[in-house]
Write a protein that binds this ligand. Sequence first.
Ligand SMILES: Nc1ncnc2c1ncn2[C@@H]1O[C@H](COP(=O)(O)OP(=O)(O)OP(=O)(O)O)[C@@H](O)[C@H]1O
Length: 221
Amino acid sequence: MLLEIEGLTKEYTRGGKTFPAVERAELSVGRGDFVSIIGRSGSGKSTLLNMIAGFLPPTSGSIKLEGADLYALKDKEISALRNARLGYIPQGAGALSNLTVFDNIRLPYFLSRRQGDASGRASFLLDEVGISPLAGMLPSQLSGGELRRVLIARALMNEPDILIADEPTSDLDIETTGEIMELLARINKNGTTVLLVTHELDTLKFGNRVLTMAAGRLTEE
Ligand SMILES: Nc1ncnc2c1ncn2[C@@H]1O[C@H](COP(=O)(O)OP(=O)(O)OP(=O)(O)O)[C@@H](O)[C@H]1O
């Protein structure tokens, strides 16, 4: 199994009270899956994704990537593994404002790997996500949909095993949302596993599995 989540719990303490933002979540994701997780604001979706992406240690439970327990690793090893094997598309903006589109896309490559043709791969990805003419622009010169494409290309730079997207269309209009979702579906068809968090029902049809998050509990339809 590519990704195996067992008994995953994250508790927060606020105002002297401890509560589970994610409670005993179970999820197995195989290669080639396109998994959508839908839930209302505050249901625990970002908390779950942040744990999967290696940013947030769980209170209990485990996350295994091809059998290797993520949080048994040291922080540095988690960062290296994230950079090499997980493509993370953050919510909202997320591109570095002083770098061009091209350099934003190449960035993950220079954070760890030093072999191969980074520029060639970045050019290929620019074309793949349909923004080749924008290579030399700065993020501030792009529309929301174009910026989203930059973040998708950047997440694909190191050929990740799994692409993780946190509400990638929440700030986009209906038409642009459709285009971005079709792009994600095509990337999935080409072999990349996708894990998407959303609160929009319309985006569910693009995946092959749907789970619901409600008050920290994850259930499959
Ligand atoms: N650092 C924190 N400390 C305490 N409580 C937190 C913290 N982060 C999130 N929470 C709470 O945990 C719950 C789950 O939050 P989370 O952000 O995971 O939900 P979400 O489903 O992603 O919401 P949204 O769609 O609005 O981003 C919420 O009640 C939230 O207020």
